[in-house]
Design a protein around this ligand. Sequence first.
Ligand SMILES: [Fe+2]
Length: 501
Amino acid sequence: MSATEPDFYRYHYLYGRHRLEDFLYGSDAPWPQPAPDHPTGQMAQVLHVPRAEMREWKRQVAWKYIFLLLTRWPAGAWYAWRHPHQRALDDEAFSRYLGEGLYSKFLCPLDPEDEAVFAGQLGGAGPDTVFYKSDFSPMAELAGETYPGTHVTPTVVLLRRDGDGPARAVAIHLLDSGVVVTPEDGNRHGWNLARYFALQGAAHRINLIDHAVVHFPSDPINAVTKTLLPKSHPLLKLLLPHFRLSLPVNNSVLEGAESLINRTRWVIYSPFTAPGRIIRRLLPWGYVGRPGNSAYPPYRFRSQPRFPPSLYGEFQAAYHQTIRRYVGAFLAPVRAAPPGSDVPSLVSLWADHVAAWVPGFPDGEAIWAEEVLEDTVATIIWNVSVAHAADHETLHRMPSDEIPFRLRVPPPEGPDAPAPDASRLNRRFDIFQAWLTDMLFYEPHNHSLLQDVDYGFEAPALQRENEAFRQALRQTEARLRDQGRVPIFAPLERIAASIQY
Ligand SMILES: [Fe+2]
């Protein structure tokens, strides 16, 4: 497609190829625009959500939150009564959290500065030893502006994996003081306390950076798809079930009056250690990144995603493979469009417009390279379903009193810090608020499931592929269960078809 053709097609309905009624939302169509907080520092947002989608969200989601909050808060209060303090953490649990589960998303190679800082811990490596870091340096953004009596400190955790063994946390760099603490230190109190600060960093990082990267880049794709492609287009049919409720969900998180990160309001169900306007400083770390820090590359869409080097990554990869296998068949009508059809031209137009808002997205030419369209669409579907649901399921399984959002003791100054008093690490109310967050926003509240997805294809051959796809998803889970090596991070019956919470 030439560079000028998209301009023609942008107005295609005016030229008689399609009419406004051929599109989902006619003159109420969504479109991306620069983020109000940081037009160049955050992913584009969709600020105008079609009224029909807002209505559905209010009916299906918002009322449920109000109902849950009003009816279930006593259960949270009871939980906090029985678990008034931070749960004691051992090294094995700490390593497991950072090395194998959801937080293994953070594992990345060491930068030269990390190698210098951790020089003392890098010795004794065999040929099959790999070192990673988990970097929580963005917590420096919150310093001095947290809620009274709470503390934060930026940390970097060094992890080591030998062969196929589990990754073990072997040192923590406290960036403010420059001190490195390890499990072998004198009385270990500095190490023990530093672990809590690292997990506090992980809790904030997953919410504002890594899970945000699962949510928000799908918005421009969602809006452009619904606005540019007519209802009859096979790509719209394929993606529509995977875009249900997502625009209003993302809009309510970023702009809603009741959001956890509202810029001016305090809400009882926010677990964070600072007000929303401060916490939002973490959002750009997932988009523009931080030059020179391999933990924070600038965001780029990848048609072939990189999975974390962990069991969590293997779980994600297994489902990605299944989805990818079927997307090729689902897109056959695009590849085999008859001469004169505008089906492929509209795909080029779609890709050009998404690429204008989503860095790394293949443009109208690149999308036709071998397998790129199929890879891209499979990754869009996988991201909003399996990747998103597994994040929530694992967040939900982390007890509110085990991962600290707020810490009410200062960070350690060195390896031989005084023994941290577990009863002073945080308060009952902190645990209560984290419990409310989990109940409302982590625990999956599903409205349509991936395993039930029905694309409404008309061709019998495609309907059979749709059925085979649902079957293949069930087989993927059965295979993982039979093999028993990779945990079921999210059961298929709890994987939503789209970002619905
Ligand atoms: Fe989410």
